[in-house]
Design a protein around this ligand. Structure first.
Ligand SMILES: NC(=O)c1ccc[n+]([C@@H]2O[C@H](COP(=O)([O-])OP(=O)(O)OC[C@H]3O[C@@H](n4cnc5c(N)ncnc54)[C@H](O)[C@@H]3O)[C@@H](O)[C@H]2O)c1
Length: 398
């Protein structure tokens, strides 16, 4: 029996919960979550006690006991945690956003929505390159935790594309809900932005992955994104907005709506929407218009089950669907939401990639191109939608 791969989780919020649950579902390869560290002692001890793992007071202490660091911190800490782990010879999993721009160090007056976006784009790409360089230098795996890539509907579309030798002409998609539960979200210096980096990243990365699959099938190399045109808005902070209490509204300096138009190097296009102003459960979807098929990938809501519940209270102990809001009336409960969203499949691929010394499906290329496209979108939004070239890392994807 080979020795288990030992994992240390950094952060003990929402993402750490579904990452931990996903490690417990890994099959075929022994893996053990050794412990967790985070900023608040009481929270990490409570998380550790609940899962039966150890709480570590620092990243340095955790590093000495594990083979893999699973980085479930808010975006601002992704680079520092990832590079410390890679330099210590550990494999790294990084949650979305891979990295970004979080303001000049020590600048308490920083407001992301007013800061020059070209500087942000350049700095975010430098950050991405530093993480990738550390992974290459130390010959460790870098796994980008974009779960949409592993969602069964996206993997099915990848198979249809590859075996059918299809070409995506136009893609449409989005992620929206009523607001992230993370206290860090809403403050640019912690999250790196709003709907653009926090939500549109999901459909965008899934689409970049599909264009990689398409390109590798048709031309032997990925089709990469070329330009972006974007608009962003701060709808819940416009003076005329009236809160009825159903949407989160305490954002400081982030956008809560975006639309992004992308072109690819093969001339094909995509339109992506994301927002924090949508009720009725998390809305995760992707539609592909190809030259030989059309596919609707409905991640949420997903109508595998249709439920009518006449009384709210009787289902108080039953989980139905992320961000549903009410359990009364008609709903689409997700029978296994983690799996529909691709969380266990993502962790399974990462563990297999580490064990087999191969690249994960969601790795450096999609992570790097996502950072470039998202921050180029901010540059475009600053110019009220003008088309902006996406600076790509030339070393990747060649
Ligand atoms: N893929 C998805 O569907 C999904 C869903 C939710 C969150 N996320 C991502 O996961 C990450 C975490 O989000 P969350 O909702 O769990 O956030 P959260 O605010 O609930 O938790 C963050 C955790 O990180 C810890 N932390 C912060 N800075 C740290 C540092 N420097 N060192 C060590 N620990 C630190 C905090 O103490 C806290 O335990 C974010 O990047 C977010 O975008 C992804």
């Amino acid at each position: 029996m080979p020795k288990p791969i030992r994992v240390g989780i950094v952060g003990c919020g929402n993402a750490a919960v579904f990452h931990y649950a996903s490690f417990r579902r890994v099959t075929g390869i022994p893996v053990q979550v050794t412990g967790v560290t985070s900023l608040q002692k009481s929270r990490r001890e409570e998380f550790a006690a609940r899962q039966g793992i150890r709480a570590f007071d620092s990243l340095a202490d955790l590093l000495s006991e594990v083979d893999v660091i699973d980085n479930c911190t808010p975006g601002y800490a992704h680079e520092s945690v990832a590079i410390a782990a890679l330099e210590a010879g550990k494999h790294v999993i990084v949650e979305k956003p891979f990295t970004g721009y979080y303001g000049p160090p020590g600048d308490g007056a920083f407001e992301g929505n007013r800061f020059p976006k070209e500087t942000m784009l350049a700095e975010a790409l430098s950050s991405s390159r530093r993480i990738i360089a550390a992974a290459r230098k130390n010959q460790r795996k870098l796994c980008y935790a974009e779960n949409w890539i592993y969602a069964p509907v996206v993997q099915k579309e990848a198979e249809i594309l590859a075996k059918g030798k299809g070409q995506i002409l136009w893609a449409l998609g989005g992620q929206s809900h009523s607001g992230s539960p993370s206290p860090a979200y809403g403050i640019w210096k912690l999250s790196g932005g709003g709907s653009v980096v926090g939500k549109s990243c999901h459909p965008l990365s899934a689409l970049l992955y599909l264009k990689q699959v398409e390109g590798e099938t048709l031309y032997g190399k990925p089709v990469r994104p070329r330009t972006v045109s974007a608009r962003t808005h701060e709808i819940t902070r416009t003076p005329a907005f009236v809160s009825k209490g159903f949407l989160r509204t305490d954002y400081t300096d982030i956008e809560d709506y975006c639309q992004i138009h992308l072109t690819f190097e093969d001339g094909m296009v995509a339109d992506i929407f994301a927002s924090e102003i949508v009720m009725g459960g998390v809305h995760n979807w992707l539609e592909l218009f190809a030259n030989n098929h059309r596919a609707r990938c409905n991640m949420s809501p997903c109508n595998a089950m249709e439920l009518y519940n006449p009384q709210e209270g009787q289902l108080s102990g039953v989980y139905l669907m992320e961000k549903l809001g009410t359990k009364q009336g008609w709903s689409n409960p997700a029978p296994d939401e983690y799996s529909t969203f691709g969380y266990p499949q993502e962790i399974q691929d990462f563990v297999e990639a580490i064990a087999a010394d191969r690249q994960p499906k969601s790795g450096m290329l999609v992570a790097s191109d996502t950072v470039g496209a998202l921050y180029a979108a901010y540059v475009s939004a600053e110019r009220r939608g003008a088309e902006v070239e996406i600076p790509l890392d030339p070393i990747l994807g060649a």
